[in-house]
Design a protein around this ligand. Structure first.
Ligand SMILES: [Zn+2]
Length: 1137
């Protein structure tokens, strides 16, 4: 009999039966936990719980100090009895528990038995064979995951044994965002054998789903009302402690979820990849490679998080999990091989999905162009070698701004798609698109999705799901969106309750028309399928809007400056890697006995790339990670300097490096190596005379204390070698004097600089008859109060500009009086800090370009003791332009100097690499630097950011000693007419000084070492950034050389790349992974070099024609006949020095 027939419509009605009042909604909060937890659903959630020693035997061994032993090491140790409630610590220590479980026979009938292990920190469960099988997170945060399901075999046997490594840290370190408490102890809250009542749990999830529908759908939505009615009915049906009522309550929930919905969802999940929907749910787990914890903890986090996901995939067939960062895979491969094998299996099944393409999720503001290339190269090579895949989607949800060269670099590295999220944090403007074509500096585009869900670690609550619809900005073309769900930042990833929530959402949207309020949810997909589907829907992006240029993040602007030593480590390492690869390549071609040190180079790159992680290089991590990073930078300097020295020893026989520590024989001659291939130089170099008194005679100037000399080094012809040059041939001397008390004037042929009352009062260009400084303004140091509203290490707020103090130099004095270098010394005291600056002007111009001016160089040594202060160098100039130009990866980026709109005003602090330039028609000036990244140009005032002092999360950020340099370089013409990029390269790449003490003073060297083997003559705007051996040479036995060049001013360029002294058999244009795009025609051309004392024979050169569009990056691979230069056998060249 139908319900209707059972209840005919009565004639009379005496009931009051009101419409539900608002209080019904409030009632829904009473069903689980809270004040009524003794009588509501909570007591039913567990049927049994045992922790007595008869059932749970517990022993522990604590690893000494902060050591992190392997399973095998830990297993061998002597364990002592342990019990619940014990404390263990201090912070960052590891404790191994041996757990023996005896499961009561009468528990066999229960659906599930599990171990509940809550150590209040993070933990990993191992089998007794050493397989890491499940991660656990204790404590009471949302990331809590303390249960481990006992497998059926163990339940049947009645006993189970495990090892659990418990670590003394929470998911977010020791103290959240505050500096870590290094003496924190953790408690073993539970180690219980429990039987969960799964039907009660399922009712809890059903009810939570209904409650969320009530809370997240608008009141006028029918589903809101229906869900409220149903949830209230469930509370009416439920009886305290009554399992039958739980079943009835679950039946009631089917009014929303549909009849027998679980079976349907389960069935559908088994072929999840066939599901349709617009919101693609993909599990994810953002693991910061270091942040509030060091690298070593991240290694554990990766294993914990990923083993747990493998387990979840076995239980939820619709579950797909995506992970980024090749470095983390490599750690798991090295430290957890059995887990790695399990992951590899899941990868081949398509359920575990490596994405992202890069080595780590790097900062994208500060790494050089080449470093970004290597992020992709090392990432993709790893994925190719281990999993046979090339990632098509670049995934970078959490970084603090996106360089305008990323589209080109990602495309050239095999990625067609880009996923990110972080711009939703913008604190000024709302980014206008969710799905769009991002068009980079060179016009390369990449299909980009910024999820409207607005986070990358969704808890699968309905507010997130709703945002996929309400916050999607391109629904006129596509409604598809990505839902990245799972605990993140500290790792963890998806949990069973999240997957249960998603199942209920799917059931609801299948069952009911929710009027577009909730998107149909698709599980079982991948990033690539998502983007393919968007491509199809938008006709390959043809219907989507474009965004051109950088994705500037309107927040976290302090990260260009925080932790100055890390910025310095990054820049110096990048420059050193460039020089070492070039030298080692030349040596490997010139000297058959020299072996290209690929392993050392790879390992240095991996360390450098690791330190570019988005909380390491930006300076936003705890102090511990900077100790690790400093050690890595020191290692790079040590090992790669040795690589460079070995290469130079092979290339320049009988030569030695010249440094302060060397004792130089008296008959020695000095020479310099110029590593900027297309850029002849002539500059003043400093020569240490402490152990080299014999060199005094070659110096054009000797310092007052006789400790160092100054040589004018001439590398102006086409050789690589520079030699000392006499002063008076064509160079006027530089002079300096205290013209009146407290007024110092430095003058050379092109400039006059005046310091008065501790400030730079004038920089006058003699030939142009132009005062560079704005009328009535002075240049010099400025300090600002820097108290950001939030995110101390990350943020600098606009108002810091409103509270600034101009600082004056004291103790100004002449240190060097010319003729080739004049130097003024100056001191600065501010608060508890002190600073010594040397301001120098050389006799020669900064470059060999016609009409080039000199640069004014500032070298500072600072003892920094301030807190929450921002130190900058400020240069107010008599120049007016709407834009200023900043050095970026493989090119430059223009940004406004005015503050017209909120988009312009938000760019009050920006990232630049080696220079920022401000030019108008006819004249301009650049500020160069050797290790800084923060700049601003506000109206006519240029600023270079030098030091900050945040106290969170590292309370000692930047305290102590710093040494850095910058320079002011005026030039004729606009930026595009200038040679600022070349001068900034030279500023960052000092000439390498060496000496030879052979009798004849002849330097024996391979032709490759005397003259650059690769040149792109006649082009002002093409720069050869990289010369390296091919990635696969060791495997294939081939000899290949890879060159990377780019157009650096933003215009077209045509050039013939010339190759000298090498037997080239093939030339190809390749992508960044060094895979051929197309063959290039190899031309034979005459060897047209001048000034080369080569082997004496007539040689031919090769030519490859190249054309560039503005800011284009091209990679050329040359295959050589053999691993030696044409003239290497018995025909070394020589130069007389
Ligand atoms: Zn992150």
């Amino acid at each position: 009999m139908s319900e209707l027939k059972k209840h005919p419509y009565p004639q009379l009605n005496f009931e009051a039966r009101p419409r539900h009042l608002g209080s019904i909604r409030g009632r829904l909060g009473q069903f689980v936990g809270g004040h009524f937890s003794s009588v509501n659903l909570s007591p039913l959630l567990f049927s049994h719980r045992l922790d007595d020693t008869e059932h749970v035997k517990l022993e522990v061994w604590s690893a000494p100090g902060r050591t992190k032993p392997t399973f095998d090491e830990a297993k061998r140790q002597k364990y002592r009895p342990a019990k619940k409630g014990e404390a263990f610590g201090p912070s960052w220590t590891n404790h191994w528990f041996k757990v023996a479980l005896h499961i009561p026979k009468d528990w066999e009938g229960y659906e599930r038995v599990q171990l509940e292990f809550d150590c209040s920190g993070e933990a990993m469960v191992y089998t007794t064979d050493g397989d890491p099988i499940h991660g656990l997170t204790g404590g009471w945060g949302t990331e809590r995951r303390v249960e481990f399901i006992i497998p059926p075999t163990a339940r049947k046997a009645g006993v189970a044994h495990y090892f659990i490594e418990a670590s003394s840290n929470e998911m977010f370190g020791q103290n959240g965002m505050d500096p870590p408490d290094q003496n924190r102890y953790y408690w073993l809250n539970s180690c219980d054998l429990v039987v969960p009542n799964m039907e009660a749990w399922r009712l809890m999830w059903d009810f939570d789903h209904l409650h969320q529908l009530v809370d997240n759908l608008p009141d006028d939505c029918p589903m809101h009302m229906k869900a409220q009615w149903t949830a209230n009915e469930i509370m009416n049906v439920f009886q305290t402690g009554d399992m039958e009522s739980v079943k009835a309550a679950r039946k009631t929930a089917e009014a929303i979820l549909g009849e027998a919905w679980e079976d349907k969802v389960q069935k559908e999940s088994e072929s999840a990849e066939k599901q349709k929907g617009t919101l693609w749910g993909i599990g994810h787990c953002h693991i910061d490679t270091a942040w509030l914890w060091p690298f070593s903890v991240t290694q554990q986090k990766s294993a914990r998080s990923w083993s747990t996901q493998c387990d979840l995939m076995d239980r939820y067939p619709e579950h797909r999990f995506s992970a980024t960062q090749a470095q983390q895979f490599k750690w798991v491969e090295q430290l957890y091989p059995s887990l790695f094998a399990r992951i590899k299996e899941k990868i081949s099944e398509g359920t575990f999905q490596p994405v992202g393409a890069t080595w780590v999720e790097m900062d994208c503001n500060m790494p050089s162009g080449e470093a970004l290339v290597r992020q992709f190269l090392y990432g993709q090579k790893y994925y190719q070698s281990r999993f046979g895949i090339t990632c098509k989607t670049f995934v970078l949800p959490d970084t603090f701004g996106y360089s305008s060269q990323l589209p080109q670099i990602a495309r050239l590295a095999g990625c067609q798609n880009f996923f990110t999220q972080k711009l939703s944090w913008n604190n000024t403007n709302t980014f206008p698109n969710s799905t769009f074509n991002w068009v980079g500096l060179d016009s390369s585009q990449i299909l980009t999705h910024m999820t409207p869900v607005d986070n990358y670690n969704s808890q699968c609550n309905l507010d997130d799901i709703r945002r996929a619809v309400t916050n999607h900005k391109n629904t006129e073309v596509t409604s598809q969106a990505l839902l990245l769900f799972g605990n993140g930042d500290g790792g963890g990833g998806p949990t069973p309750p999240m997957l249960e929530k998603l199942r209920r959402i799917r059931a609801t949207t299948k069952q009911h028309d929710v009027g577009g309020m909730l998107p149909p949810l698709k599980m079982g997909g991948s990033f690539e399928q998502f983007f393919d589907s968007v491509r199809e829907e938008t006709i390959n992006g043809g219907k989507l809007p474009n965004w051109r240029g950088e994705l500037y993040a309107e927040f976290h602007r302090g990260t260009y400056t925080s932790h100055g030593s890390i910025k310095k480590g990054n820049r110096k390492s990048e420059i050193l890697m460039r020089e070492a690869e070039f030298a080692a390549t030349a040596a490997s071609l010139a000297d058959p006995s020299y072996k290209y040190p690929k392993d050392k180079i790879d390992s240095a790159w991996e360390d450098l790339l690791l330190c570019q992680f988005h909380d390491v290089l930006p300076g936003s991590g705890i102090a511990m990670i900077y100790e690790d990073a400093e050690e890595k930078y020191a290692g790079i300097q040590k090992y790669i300097r040795a690589v460079l020295e070995e290469a130079y020893s092979a290339l320049y026989k009988n030569s030695h490096p010249l440094d302060a520590a060397t004792k130089v024989p008296s008959n020695s001659r000095v020479f310099a190596i110029n590593t900027l291939h297309n850029y002849p130089r002539q500059e003043v170099v400093t020569v240490p005379l402490t152990g080299a008194a014999g060199l005094r005679g070659s110096c054009a100037q000797v310092s007052g204390d006789g400790q160092k000399g100054y040589m004018l080094m001439d590398a102006s012809d086409e050789t690589v070698i520079g030699q000392p040059k006499g002063l008076y041939a064509d160079v006027a001397r530089v002079t300096v004097a205290e013209s009146e008390p407290g007024v110092f004037v430095m003058t050379n042929e092109s400039l006059v600089m005046k310091i008065e009352d501790g400030r730079i009062a004038s920089i006058y260009d003699k030939a142009a008859d132009k005062e560079l400084l704005a009328h009535g303004q002075t240049a010099g140091m400025v300090i600002m109060e820097d108290n950001p509203n939030f995110w101390d290490a990350w943020d600098v707020d606009q108002f810091h500009l409103e509270k600034q103090t101009h600082l004056k130099f004291g103790n100004v004095r002449v240190l060097e009086g010319g003729p080739v270098r004049a130097t003024i010394g100056a001191s600065l005291r501010v608060g508890q800090s002190s600073m010594e600056v040397e301001i120098s002007l050389d006799a020669v111009p900064a470059s060999l370009k016609k009409d080039a001016r000199s640069m004014i160089r500032f070298s500072a040594v600072v003892d920094w003791r301030e807190k929450h202060k921002f130190l900058k160098f400020e240069l107010p100039v008599d120049i007016q332009s709407d834009t200023a130009t900043y050095d970026t990866q493989f090119g430059v980026v223009s940004r406004p100097t005015h503050r017209n709109t909120s988009w312009d005003a938000a760019k009050f602090e920006v990232c630049g690499h080696k220079f920022a330039d401000y030019s108008e028609y006819g004249y301009g000036v650049a500020i160069l630097n050797d290790c800084k990244y923060g700049y601003a140009t506000e109206g006519n005032v240029m600023r270079l950011s030098l030091l900050r002092a945040p106290t969170q999360p590292d309370p000692e950020t930047d305290m102590g000693s710093h040494a850095f340099s910058w320079a002011v370089y005026p030039h004729l013409g606009t930026f595009a007419e200038s040679d600022v990029p070349q001068v900034s390269y030279a500023f960052n790449t000092p000439l390498h000084l060496r000496y030879t003490s052979s009798k004849t003073n002849e330097l024996t060297a391979s032709p490759l070492a005397l003259s650059p083997p690769f040149r792109a003559p006649g082009t002002h705007n093409v720069f050869v950034e990289t010369i390296k051996r091919g990635e696969d040479d060791a495997d294939t036995g081939k000899t290949t050389v890879v060159l990377r060049a780019f157009e650096q001013f933003g215009g077209h360029a045509k050039t013939t790349l010339k190759i000298y002294d090498l037997d080239v058999t093939k030339a190809s244009l390749v992508n960044l992974l060094e895979e051929e795009i197309e063959p290039l025609e190899l031309l034979e051309v005459p060897d047209d070099r001048t000034g080369i004392s080569g082997g004496g024979e007539e040689t031919k050169a090769y030519g490859v024609k190249l054309s560039f569009r503005g800011f284009e990056v091209k990679t050329i691979k040359l295959t050589l006949a053999s691993a030696k230069s044409k003239r290497s056998s018995g025909s070394d060249g020589w130069v007389k020095v």
